[in-house]
Each structure stands twice: as structure tokens, then as C-alpha cells.
Design a protein around this ligand. Sequence first.
Ligand SMILES: Cc1cc2nc3c(=O)[nH]c(=O)nc-3n(C[C@H](O)[C@H](O)[C@H](O)COP(=O)(O)OP(=O)(O)OC[C@H]3O[C@@H](n4cnc5c(N)ncnc54)[C@H](O)[C@@H]3O)c2cc1C
Length: 551
Amino acid sequence: MIYHDIVIVGAGLAGMRAAVSTPAHLNVAVLSKVHPVRSHSVAAQGGINAAIGEHDSWEAHAFDTTKGGVFLGDQDAIIAMCREAPDDILALERMGVIFSRDEHGRIAQRPFGGAGFPRTCYAADRTGHAILHAMYEQLLKRAVTVYEEWYVTALIVEDGVCRGVIAWDILHGGLHAIAAKAVILATGGSSRVFLTSTNAVINTGDGMALAYRAGVALKDMEFVQFHPSTLKHTGILITEGARGEGGYLLNTLGERFMKRYAPEQMELATRSTVSLAIAREIAEGRGVDGCVLLDLRHLGRARILERLPQIRQLAIDFAGVDPIESPIPVRPGAHYQMGGVSTNLWTETEIPGLFAAGECACVSIHGANRLGGNSLLETVVFGRRAGQRAAEYAEAVTFRQPSQALLRDEQQRIDQLMKRTYGEHVWKIRDELGAMMNQHLGIFRSRESLQAAQAQLQRLKHRATRLVLQDKGRIFNTNLIQALELEFLLDVAETIIAGALAREESRGAHYREDFPKRDDERWLRHTLAIRTESGPLLRYAPVTITKFPPT
Ligand SMILES: Cc1cc2nc3c(=O)[nH]c(=O)nc-3n(C[C@H](O)[C@H](O)[C@H](O)COP(=O)(O)OP(=O)(O)OC[C@H]3O[C@@H](n4cnc5c(N)ncnc54)[C@H](O)[C@@H]3O)c2cc1C
């Protein structure tokens, strides 16, 4: 059996930041289903928040984050993140991240939605790319073992303690047990549960489902963020930085309609407010072919080329529109999972030895709505915290070899999939699931639509017990990986639907047409979804309120 002191599942920013912050004498490994720099973090465009401006403060950052999340975020976690952010940004800089500069040579910052101050640091509109590549260099320097193109199928939990993972070697084929004293989940988001999404196709919520199956609660899963501006047809992200630089949103009448929804913040209101406004404009017939228009022309060629080169190219390549000359057709699309694996401030889950950080986790920073630029920040602050705490844990406990029982079970699950000669195709169920989630779990939700989603999901789950693979080989069998991902997607979808149906109020990204008001009396609390044979069991937990009373 392979052994490491710490195994990190995921090589995005959270996973690599965790690995880099472990001491060198520990034997640490990172597993990733794709090459590390293909992780979705590479696609982040707009930037990363930290109160490093002379007139800014971590208190102001914490307040904006709490208010933006409609008071559902845990304030102790928010305060820890905002307080530590400036040091983490400087640490990134010292690692070699090439942040854009202002005229004085300091790290430049741009305004982002819901923030009372321009506090988003950036590297043009390729911030994720710049940070992820610098972090990969650090990973190589730290000489961490990397299992590239390995897919984790299950967590080994024995006597209530996490003792490793089971993983499939995608390139060579074959299942392995990897024993460890500590496991960190850093598997990223789940927005591919929707058909149209800004997310990479690999963002299938694996880590959330792995933890859920092992008995850990998933927190606040009903809160899925819809980004206001995704490109017509493809759903490719057009960064909020475009509005941060001064872009306007227009309807078919040529009106800057945000003045009717958020007269003060206009295009830089929180994402849930802007997405809801765009969806209303489209629903009430003031859209342009199912979209609204994002107009950057007044910014001028030079500024667009300097600050927004990537989104200009994306608009040209994928919508045939050059933003220097014409407005870009955009509409809201699934973007970010605010919920995830329930952890405490130090990324510990309820299972000793199991930690989670980054988008797959819910320390509870973002509450009901994440502010742009806070997710990259969460990955570096809590990735670092996960590495530090898992290291302390691994040094304190003695190793116990796990049994081979789970390896045999997982082998059987894969054999069954490989052997079946007649059944349902993976892609078909995945497409139907995505379309169903688009239709019923989008920006507008109601009891009726959520009940329809629940019934449809049961049928899809039933059909997914009879998946058939077209590829029966062992080498690079992506059909097999997609089948395993589909099972995880179905788990994640089920928790989103259950949470959304139960939550009879509107808050942040969760908008119920039948309960359009926020209801603090009944719903200022976290949803916890626990797995049972008959579906998710919902429990509720209080929100930690320390500094900012809900208003
Ligand atoms: C287009 C886009 C733009 C964005 N822009 C911004 C922005 O400007 N600012 C901001 O703050 N946030 C932004 N976000 C959000 C932010 O980028 C993500 O939330 C964050 O990067 C997630 O990082 P992560 O490390 O948690 O996961 P990821 O970077 O998604 O990495 C997940 C890792 O887990 C691995 N993995 C997953 N499942 C398995 C498995 N079963 N076995 C093995 N490995 C597995 C993957 O291979 C990958 O290495 C953006 C998101 C998108 C989609």
C-alpha cells in the first residue's frame, strides 16, 4: 500500500497552497485528476481581495463580506480571513506572482461588486493564471509528490478516523489504496451540475460527494451563485472586472436598467442583485435575444487592451463581437457553490484526519452570496491554514494501516460498470440532469419547480444505477471517469434541491418567488445535509454573529 503523511486531493490554488505550507520533513502528496495548472483556478479573471489600500481596513472588508452574504456567513471565519488577507497577498507576491501595478508601483486594486473600496488586486484579467503558475513553481521547489491524472473514488474512514483514499490511475488504469495520517480535500466547485456554467467541465463536486458519502454534513448547498455576465451561447465568464473598470449594462431600450434596482451601486451591486435584475429584464421582454448588453466602448481601446485583454479575445472568439466596437451579449450563468463540506475555522471536518479547503469547503465565509475576489482569497488563506493544521495533526498521531476492505468494494463497483453491456449512457443522464437544474434551480425558484426537480432527480438516480460504458479499456478511460463523476453530481444536486425546497425565504442567491422576503426569524441559520439511505436529512445550525448585527 502506498503511504504518505498527508494526502491532498486537488491541485488548484487551495490544494497547492496547502502543500506548500507543510514542513519539508513531512511526506506530502497531491493527487489531481488533471495536470495541476489545468485546475479551474487558472481561469479566474478579475482578482483577489485584500485590504492593503492606505484608507482601507480589514474591518471594512469583513463588513462588506458579511453584508454581501446577507449575514449568513460566520463572522469569526470572515474576520480571520479578512485580517490575514494582506499578509497572504504579500506572501504571494514574494512567491513571484506578477500583480498589475498602479502609477506609484504599488499593487494595483480595482473596484468590485458589493465592496465599499477598490480592494481587488489583479494581474490584468488573468489573475488565477498568474497565481496558479507561481504556486506550481513553489510546489516543485518543495518537492511534493504529485499524482497527476489520478482520480479519487472514495475516502478510507475506519473507526471514525480518516486513514487515506482510494484512487484510480487514469493514465495506466488500476485502483490503489493510498494510506495517510491526514487527508485534505481541495477539489473545487460543483457548478457543472448545471448545463450552462462558467466552470471547467471537471468541476463536478467530487470532494463534496466524497465527504458526504463518508458521513460529513454538507452546509448551505442551496446557495449557488449565478454570475451576472456570462457569454451568450457558451456561458464563458466575462469578469466582473469589466464592470469594475466602468462597463455599463444596457437593455433593448438602451437604458442602464441597474438604476431601477440599485441606484447607488448600479452595475457594482452584489452579484445576486445584478443577476436578478438581468433575469427580470429578460423575463419582462427588455432583453436582447435572451441576453442584455455589456457596453465597454466608452472605456476606449487602450484601457480595454491593457486591463481586459483576455475577455476581449474571448468575446471575439466565442461571440464574434469585439468589445472595442460593440457591446457584448451577456446573461447570468451558474458560477460558484457557496456551500460545501462543513468545516471549522481551521478547515477540520467532523471526521478526525479529514480536512477541506477552497471552493469544496464551507468554512462559511460567503454566506448567501459571495463577493467577487473573495474566493481566490479563501483558497490561499484557508489552503494555508489546512496545510498548517493537517501537518500539526499528522505529527501528533501514530499511523495505523487501513484494511483492504474498501479497496475491494471500490474494485467491485468499477468491475460492475465495466462489465455491463446494456444500459444508460453517462452523457445522456448528465445532460438531462444539467438541463433539469437549469430549468428548476436557476435564479427564480418556487415550491412547484423544486418539487418537480426532486421527482426528476429520483428518476435520474434510478436510471444511473444502470450505467453502461462504451469504453471498456483501462488506459485513459474518460468514459469511466465521467460515470464516477455523474454519481457525485447526482449527490450534490440532491442536496442543493433539498436545501432550496426547505428554505422558505429569499436571501442572496436563493430567490423563492413564493417567499420573496428574507426571514431572519426562521431562516438566519445554516442548512446541514446529512446522507441517509432515503436521501438527505436536513439539520440546522446557528450562524456565528460577533461584530456585525444583522440589519
Ligand atoms: C471562470 C471563472 C473565473 C473566476 N474568477 C474569479 C476571480 O476573479 N476571483 C475570485 O476570487 N474567484 C474567481 N472564481 C472562483 C475561483 O476561481 C474558484 O472558486 C477557486 O479557484 C477554486 O479553487 P480550488 O483550489 O478550491 O479548486 P480548483 O482550482 O477547481 O481545483 C480543484 C482540483 O481538484 C482536483 N480534483 C477534483 N476532483 C478530484 C478527484 N475526484 N480526484 C482527484 N482530483 C480531483 C482537480 O483536478 C483540481 O486540481 C472564478 C471561477 C471561474 C469558474
